[in-house]
Design a protein around this ligand. Structure first.
Ligand code: GRF
Length: 206
């Protein structure tokens, strides 16, 4: 059987992307990364892609007055590569196109550095949790829908941040766990898929 084809979408430094690429290289994740798609020409993730010989596609959203057109460009790339799983790894743009979200329903996942629904939609959720005085925060891997950070939860892990002195320290502690968790969940997609049962998705092994 052919391997699951993954597309990673990233806008930033790409440490999660690197953890996934390394796991694929080591055979810990039984899939192939077909492409890195980025909306930022200076994303650190681009250099990581080059070091793993992964194809990069830059989508220039400044070209589009209607940002959904940029999403449709992403959809074209995904379709052309036969992508079976879209992994958001620090992709800082909201996916708005209905056509993209519908075509890849239960095939787009994101990692968020909090225990959702706490600090939903925040781009600095680890700091928010720290400032709030949370003793435990964590990470959530979830499906991507039109509701930002609101799609069905696939996996959560709690992280004790009670010993952290700053929000940045908490972020580092959570990030280490993100790297471990994301590759395991991605590998589970390579061994099965989610099917809609009622109004929920359920994991079914291949
Ligand atoms: C991570 O904290 C992830 O949870 C969030 O964005 C950050 C991306 O970091 N969605 P990196 O670019 O993978 O290092």
């Amino acid at each position: 059987m052919s391997k699951l084809k993954i597309a990673v979408l990233a806008s930033g430094r790409g440490s999660n992307f690197k953890a996934i690429a390394e796991a694929v290289k080591k055979g810990e994740v039984d899939a192939e990364i077909s492409i890195l798609i980025t909306d930022k020409q200076d994303a650190g993730a681009i250099q990581i892609a080059k070091s793993y010989n992964i194809l990069v596609q830059f989508i220039d959203f400044t070209k589009y007055s209607n940002k959904e057109d940029g999403d449709l460009e992403i959809k074209k790339v995904l379709d052309s590569k036969g992508v079976g799983l879209v992994v958001l790894a620090g992709y800082m743009r909201i996916l708005r196109s209905r056509a993209l979200l519908d075509a890849y329903k239960f095939k787009i996942i994101n990692i968020h550095p909090s225990l959702l629904p706490a600090f939903k939609g925040s781009t600095h959720a680890q700091n928010d949790a720290f400032d709030y005085g949370c003793k435990v925060s964590g990470l959530t891997i979830h499906f991507v829908t039109a509701d930002v950070d609101g799609g069905q939860i696939i996996y959560q892990e709690a992280v004790d941040i009670s010993d952290c002195k700053t929000g940045s320290e908490a972020a580092v502690k959570i990030l280490k766990k993100e790297h471990e968790a994301y590759k395991k969940i991605i590998d589970s997609f390579s061994k099965g898929k989610y099917e809609i049962k009622g109004n929920r998705a359920e994991f079914v092994r291949n």
